[in-house]
Ligand binder design. Structure first.
Ligand SMILES: Nc1ncnc2c1ncn2[C@@H]1O[C@H](COP(=O)(O)OP(=O)(O)OP(=O)(O)O)[C@@H](O)[C@H]1O
Ligand SMILES: [Mg+2]
Length: 265
């Protein structure tokens, strides 16, 4: 028996309604230290809504969300981000008219987390502050295999590279928890494999806890250590990927729902 990892992110008995629609019903979920948890479920199940609550876009009607034991539900998005949760979006949201390098630099500027500044200062102790930032941003781009695009406008990047840049930018704030909303949607098989490897590498190198929404079961089964399943706003199953794949309630939720494809909305 391995001991479960220390809990980093904890959602407890969360509810949210949009008018008459109960979008999230009494959902509890944890993500452990350096754990990679998958969040799956048919279209409209409430996955993105759960992300939106965790990142401060919505405040739960009921329940609490805690990061490393501190309640964060009800805080504004920038404060939750400052405390260590970063995310990407289902529909890519880059600063399209800025260069690839400036997308990461601007995110670095925005971050006020002292821990990150210490890392930058320590690794570039000879340089002026602005040069240090630039070099750190370039190192991040190199890690994501994007350095050759550094001077291109973000909007001109191929789709797969835009997805990688979005993750690079999210990580510029040096988070403890990274939340990815369908990161491989719209990618071809080669790009998916590349991104799966990158996510695993990130988890190890950056000591990240990751919560991943994904429709592609090969991706979920390939990289997640634990999977939670939402259906109509309720958590209907949770466990190791192999068990989830065979769970009759999960199979029914998927078969009973309109066909789920890699959504692009
Ligand atoms: N701002 C909002 N106002 C009203 N209803 C909303 C809002 N956001 C989400 N919903 C509704 O809440 C439900 C859950 O939506 P959500 O986007 O979280 O689903 P999802 O699991 O991410 O689906 P998908 O796989 O298609 O991305 C849906 O019925 C959706 O229409
Ligand atoms: Mg969604």
């Amino acid at each position: 028996m391995t001991t479960p990892p220390e809990i980093v992110l904890e959602l407890t008995d969360i509810c949210l309604s949009f008018g008459g629609l109960k979008a999230i019903k009494n959902v509890s979920l944890t993500v452990g230290k350096r754990e990679l948890v998958g969040l799956i479920g048919p279209n409209g199940a409430g996955k993105t809504t759960l992300f939106n609550m965790t990142t401060g876009v919505y405040c739960p009607d009921q329940g609490t969300i805690a990061l490393s034991g501190q309640t964060i539900s009800g805080l504004p998005p920038h404060e939750i981000n400052r405390r260590g949760i970063a995310r990407t979006f289902q529909n890519i949201r880059l600063w399209g008219n800025m260069t690839v390098l400036d997308n990461v630099r601007a995110a670095l500027h925005k971050t006020a987390r002292a821990g990150l500044w210490q890392i930058i200062a320590a690794s570039h102790h000879h340089a002026r502050d602005e040069d240090r930032l630039r070099e750190y941003a370039r190192e991040q781009l190199a890690y994501f295999d994007l350095i050759r695009f550094e001077n291109d406008l973000a909007k001109n990047l191929p789709y797969g590279e835009q997805r990688r840049l979005e993750i690079a930018r999210a990580l510029a704030t040096n988070p403890t928890v990274l939340m990815l909303d369908e990161p491989v949607a719209g990618m071809n098989t080669g790009e998916k494999v590349h991104l799966m490897e990158l996510i695993k590498r990130l988890q190890a190198d950056r000591r990240l806890s990751i919560l991943l929404i994904e429709h592609d079961m090969k991706v979920v089964m390939g990289i997640c250590e634990r999977v939670a399943v939402l259906d109509y706003g309720e958590k209907i199953a949770e466990g190791p990927p192999e068990a989830i794949q065979k769970d009759p309630r999960v199979i029914e939720a998927y078969l009973g729902a309109p066909q789920t494809t890699a959504a692009t909305n």
